[in-house]
Design a protein around this ligand. Structure first.
Ligand code: G16
Length: 544
């Protein structure tokens, strides 16, 4: 088989963001664009000769074509074996599971997560390391450095591999195994959770669930695990067929985009439990009848009740949350007398803590929860954890949430996104806030006293690496916080994220409407950051 070196020149802007390289499909489709980035990944790695690479994606438009390119380049670069999901499919947590289980050198995951798919929408590509987790910053920086000086890439001339059936074949000297994308993941879930108890809950007749797969990758996983293995009624999984454009929808599991689920659960005879996941299956939204569970509360509640699941019966070593995630998990950690780590946004920052067994469960406000079972956040894992807790406690979602607030107090929490803002204006707003941080401490803003204000920086407790400029936080003396940062996953202009949180210990005040409860702080945030003047926006595009 002929292996060729192809001359190429660098593309500007192949810099991985919060989670890999995400761009419009039209950008990825430029000749050599994918090849340059994949070769730069390989150039940044050492010691992979003869080793195993895992490849799969969320099935979005362009997934199959890119997989064929990666297979041919992996063969030309000397990998010994590639495991690729049938149909080119692997959910992000399943890819992490396969990398770990088969002791692969690493993996390439194709996804733009919750961003829409299709010829005029988004595509993404990221590298995961041996522990199954997203490459840390030192690796992504090395990849970026290679993209800026690349002059050639290597590829074999060969026919495309048949991805549609599970089988083993070869590409030159490299073995290719097209694997069942669900089997390893489903087996892991069975080890972690009490499937008998969940089966009993689902068979009880008084319980019903609806899982919205949003025409994304989780559909086949959810059908297999929830319907086939656990006995949920046929049709419990909706939008279960993965489509290249997600049916034209926005595969982001929140109250805005998972509106059909929200409508179903709002009906008097609707399901008792509802959940949704995103394009690549790592995010989740949890609902019960009459109750939306914020991702921050979900993390805290999972941490407080995890021992109900056999895989966590021995207790947790610690909890980790991203900085903008609410402080609800910190209160659980205090009660359990375990540490709670505050990391920058991005699942990659949890990897070292999990590897060092300093944390067992992790979560982010951006609808991500997970544990040490893989090194990605995991949507179905969160759903199964909730079902396991519901089965063990024999309570409704609403009862569990209220009970949690009674014990720990409630952290009212909301995120306001201003999408598609002019990039220079957004950077200007952040610079303005950074300049203010040194001047705010002790001052009163709208009646709230500033306890601290800073630009969040993180020193990894395991390897000592430092990440700066991770978002501006303003904390008040009553425990309330406002946080500002720019998204690292958008593909058009800038997205300003404002995170607002207020702590309320008094159960008599746990039933306020969230935006009302936070109204003062939202106004303070708008004034302090000069959002209207600097962005020209009167209101956020999405509120979660
Ligand atoms: C990615 C990261 C998450 C992060 C999220 C939002 O999620 O893996 O850790 O919280 O982006 O990031 P940003 O606020 O920078 O847009 P996903 O699901 O998009 O891979």
């Amino acid at each position: 088989m002929n292996s060729r070196c192809v001359e190429t020149t660098p593309f500007a802007g192949q810099k991985p963001g919060t989670s890999g390289l995400r761009k419009k499909v039209s950008v990825f489709k430029q000749p050599n664009y994918v090849e340059n980035f994949v070769q730069s990944i390989f150039n940044a790695l050492e010691g992979y000769g003869g080793q195993t690479l895992v490849v799969g994606g969320d099935g979005r438009y362009f997934n199959r074509e890119v997989i064929q390119i990666i297979l041919k380049m992996a063969a030309a670069n000397g990998f010994g074996r590639v495991l690729v999901g049938q149909g080119g499919i692997l959910s992000t947590p399943a890819a992490s599971c396969v990398i770990r289980k088969h002791k692969a050198f690493g993996g390439i995951v194709l996804s733009a997560s919750h961003n829409p798919g299709g010829p005029s929408e988004d595509f993404g590509l990221k590298y995961n390391i041996t522990n199954g987790g997203p490459a840390p910053e030192k690796v992504t920086e090395a990849i970026f450095a290679h993209t800026q000086k690349i002059s050639e890439y290597r590829i074999v001339d060969a026919a495309d591999i048949d991805l549609e059936r599970v089988h083993a074949t070869r590409l030159g000297d490299m073995a290719v195994e097209v694997i069942d994308p669900i089997a390893d993941y489903a087996a892991l879930m069975q080890e972690l959770f009490d499937f008998d108890a969940i089966r009993g809950l689902l068979a009880s007749g008084s319980f019903s669930l609806c899982f919205d797969a949003m025409h994304a990758v989780t559909g086949p996983y959810a059908r297999k695990i929830l319907e086939d293995m656990l006995g949920a009624a046929g049709g419990s999984v909706i939008h279960g067929e993965p489509l290249e454009d997600f049916g034209g929808g926005h595969p982001d599991p929140n109250l805005v985009h998972a509106h059909e689920l929200v409508e179903r659960i709002g009906k008097p005879d609707g399901p008792l439990f509802g959940a949704a996941s995103d394009g690549d299956g790592d995010r989740n939204m949890i609902m019960g009848r009459g109750r939306f569970v914020t991702p921050s509360d979900s993390l805290a509640i999972i941490a407080a009740n995890a021992t109900a699941a056999p895989g966590y019966a021995g207790g947790l070593s610690g909890i980790a949350r991203s900085m903008p995630t609410s402080l609800a998990a910190d209160r659980v950690a205090d009660a359990l007398n375990i540490p709670c780590f505050e990391t920058p946004t991005g699942w990659k920052f949890f990897g070292n803590l999990l590897d060092a067994e300093m944390a067992t469960v992790c979560g982010e406000e951006s609808f991500g929860t997970g544990s040490n079972h893989v090194r990605e956040k995991d949507g179905l894992w969160a759903v199964l954890m909730w079902l396991n807790i519901l089965a063990a406690k024999k309570m409704t979602v609403d009862e569990i949430v209220r009970g949690h607030w009674q014990t720990y107090g409630r952290n009212y929490y909301s995120r306001h996104d201003y999408e598609g803002v002019d990039s220079a204006a957004a950077e200007g707003l952040m610079d303005h806030l950074r300049a203010l941080t040194g001047t705010l401490e002790g001052k009163s803003l709208g009646g709230y006293t500033v306890a601290f204000a800073d630009d969040f920086a993180y020193t990894d407790p395991v390897d000592g690496s430092v990440s700066t400029k991770q978002g501006v936080r303003i904390g008040f003396s009553d425990g309330s916080r406002i946080v500002f940062r720019l998204s690292g996953t958008g593909t058009e202009g800038a997205t300003l994220r404002l995170y607002v949180e207020r702590y309320e210990p008094d159960p008599a005040r746990h039933d306020l409407e969230t935006q009302e409860a936070l109204a003062d702080l939202i106004a303070i945030a708008g004034d302090t950051a000069e959002i209207r003047a600097r962005t020209g926006r009167d209101a956020p595009t999405v509120i979660t």
